[in-house]
Design a protein. Structure first.
Lengths: 254, 413
């Protein structure tokens, strides 16, 4: 499988003297869903901000489809769609106008845009809200708008930060169904979440971040082996607990 | 530490003005007070001219009602309340009488002083009209009307239903306008009887409505709106940390932004077009353009300064709307999507320049209408044409330079 996102030896944070992330290396391949898990403050959102180019790495290299942000900014950004942890909507745009703006920004052909827009609004039960402004949407609905925007662009890589916060059960189901669909179509998904049971069921591989370091990564079997637990249904939670509950005595994996 | 609620009020009010002072300094440096003083002097000169030779058919009462009604009825309330107060101050609701008392004094004194000042300015005109009430008594009546309106506005704030609130507020404005008309023209006893009867009937109406003990959410929303207006105003002069924008649908204008062709190059035009039309910035520019058109009509109608005074007033408003429009450059500069969308930053600048040019052209066209309609008929074509040419020069030559400079400056921050 081709590598869509490659992170090599990433060290970064808000101050060069106090890095939050320490030498992270991982990749996300086409047609793969990778779950990023870690406690609050482990560095998940910081890692995502570095991938988005919102923060500059102190060291290391991030490539999306082989492009770096410095050298090929448009190609880098065109290949990436982002769903933030907290919905970030434009107050002055309606739901439908957000989708149109995303379609325009990502250069989605107009006929395709109309088709995808109608289908996403329907799948996320938002057709009745298409003319609503952000202020008149519940938190879950705002999150749905973020998700629909990402899905409308159909990029090579989805970076999704805590997507299930505030979503109702139907919204969670629609999102997961769509993620499975875009994964099957060859997109790569990099998703951070605290809902370990869902992450375990849907992700192909996992990255466990603790104190800004990767303490385990790989398939469920790999992570369980690192934690010293036997793998099986529900074992990710047990493995995660074992690795982080003791204050993170596990050494980072290379 | 459990501070008293009125100490909290004082601290919040103090902090607001302390935070606003630097922005006020920037505003003073920008020359707005100078422009305002010029407008004031022009206004005083025209008013004195009017007082010297008031036409026989002058609509004294109409002018009085139109000028005094908004100042009598509009009763804002600065409460400094924030969303977090539903957690921290709500448990102290019983003490809030003390807190809100400060707000009533704060706005009540300022509002009454403004109304009295306006009455004093109007009185020299009033005494030449059909009014039967002595002018000092008119001032007293105005204070009474203002107090009644403040009380009414508070009762409306307590009503839970927006529809009822809006309808009763409209009714209060109409009843007040009629009362002012009677005070300015009819026999004093009739006017006083009307004011008392209207106050009693309105009180009965307020009593019949369901009401909150304290309308927390409404007061918080009102305070947020006021803060936002200050921010939008100050952001025309300097960079102001923005809070969430207040938006209005404005479908009568939003279609203009929606007309942008669907293409990657137009993404920021689409966004900034909607930002301008739907945020408070659009509201301010529309109000300024409307005010400029009214003032322009009056000055052009009177052929102020052989038309050159009128052209000057026109250009003043072109400049004022331009100053406000300039704050569009601050919008979305901290938005994460600016970095995530696959669009170069120069697309943002060209979108801003395009929106600025279109909006400026619309504003100066509307502002110029009274000049071209009213001045040529008086043989004063040259000032109208000069105003148009200078306005176009401002839009096509001066504004783009300033906008590019501001864009580069805000981008560096």
């Amino acid at each position: 499988m081709d590598s869509v996102l490659e992170v090599r030896n990433l060290t970064g944070g808000y101050s060069p003297r106090r890095p939050v992330l320490h030498g992270l290396s991982f990749e996300v391949r086409a047609g793969e869903m990778v779950g990023l898990i870690g406690l609050n403050g482990a560095g998940k959102s910081t890692a995502i901000k570095h991938i988005l180019g919102l923060m500059q790495a102190h060291e290391g290299d991030i490539r999306i489809q082989g492009n770096t942000l410095e050298q090929q900014p448009e190609q880098y950004r065109s290949a990436l769609a982002y769903v933030p942890e907290t919905p970030l909507l434009f107050d002055e745009l309606t739901v439908e106008e957000h989708l149109r703006l995303t379609g325009m920004a990502y250069g989605v052909e107009e006929s395709l845009y109309s088709e995808r827009c109608a289908s996403l609004l329907d799948e996320f039960y938002m057709t009745g809200k298409r003319k609503a402004f952000a202020a008149h949407l519940s938190k879950g609905m705002r999150q749905k708008v973020m998700i629909m925007n990402a899905l409308l662009a159909q990029p090579a890589l989805y970076v999704i930060d805590e997507p299930f916060l505030g979503l109702d059960p139907l919204g969670i189901r629609s999102l997961l169904d769509k993620l499975v669909e875009v994964k099957r179509q060859g997109s790569a998904i990099f998703m951070s979440s605290h809902i370990l049971s869902t992450v375990e069921s849907y992700c192909d591989r996992f990255i466990v971040l603790h104190g800004g370091k990767i303490i385990a990564q790989g398939t469920l079997e790999d992570v369980c082996a690192t934690a010293g637990v036997s793998s099986g249904i529900g074992s990710l939670e047990e493995a995660f607990y074992r690795m982080v509950a003791d204050g993170g005595r596990h050494e980072p994996v290379g | 530490m459990n501070r008293s609620v009125d100490a909290i009020w004082r601290q919040r009010a103090g902090r607001f003005w302390q935070e606003s002072m630097p922005y006020i300094r920037y505003m003073v440096q920008s020359g707005v007070p100078l422009v305002a003083s010029m407008l004031l002097f022009t206004g005083i000169a025209s008013y004195v001219g009017l007082l010297r030779a008031v036409p026989a058919a002058f609509p004294f009462t109409w002018v009085g009602v139109i000028v005094l009604t908004p100042f009598s009825c509009w009763s804002p309330l600065r409460t400094w309340l924030r969303e977090a107060d539903t957690v921290f101050l709500m448990p102290r609701e019983a003490e809030m009488k003390l807190y809100l008392g400060q707000s009533f004094r704060y706005n009540g004194i300022a509002g009454t002083a403004a109304l009295l000042l306006l009455c004093l300015i109007y009185c020299p005109l009033y005494v030449q009209g059909p009014g039967q009430l002595d002018w000092p008594l008119l001032l007293l009546a105005a204070v009474l009307v203002k107090l009644l309106n403040t009380a009414g506005a508070w009762q409306e704030r307590r009503m839970p239903w927006q529809g009822a609130r809006f309808s009763i507020r409209m009714l209060r404005w109409i009843v007040t306008a009629a009362g002012l008309a009677l005070l300015l023209q009819a026999s004093p006893w009739l006017a006083v009887a009307y004011v008392i009867a209207a106050a009693l009937l309105m009180a009965l109406l307020y009593r019949s409505q369901r009401k909150y003990r304290l309308p927390w959410l409404l007061l918080i929303a009102e305070e947020t709106r006021t803060r936002r207006r200050y921010n939008v105003f100050f952001s025309a002069f300097t960079d102001v940390p923005s809070e969430r924008a207040q938006v209005a649908k404005r479908n009568y204008l939003a279609w203009l932004a929606a007309r942008s062709r669907y293409s990657k190059g137009n993404a920021f035009v689409y966004l900034y077009g909607h930002t301008l039309i739907r945020t408070e910035l659009g509201g301010i520019i529309m109000r300024l353009t409307a005010l400029g058109t009214v003032v322009g009509t009056l000055t052009a109608h009177s052929g102020l300064g052989l038309g050159w005074g009128s052209a000057g007033v026109n250009l003043l408003f072109v400049w004022l709307t331009g100053v406000q429009l300039g704050s569009l450059v601050q919008s979305h500069r901290h938005s994460v999507w600016r970095h995530v969308y696959p669009l170069p930053d120069k697309a943002r600048l060209s979108a801003l320049l395009r929106i600025d040019r279109i909006a400026s052209l619309i504003c100066i066209s509307v502002l110029w209408l009274p000049q071209i309609i009213l001045l040529p008929g008086q043989g004063l074509l040259a000032p109208a044409v000069t105003a148009a040419l200078l306005g176009l020069g401002y839009i096509f030559v001066i504004r783009p330079v300033g906008l590019k400079r501001n864009f580069a400056r805000t981008d560096d921050d």
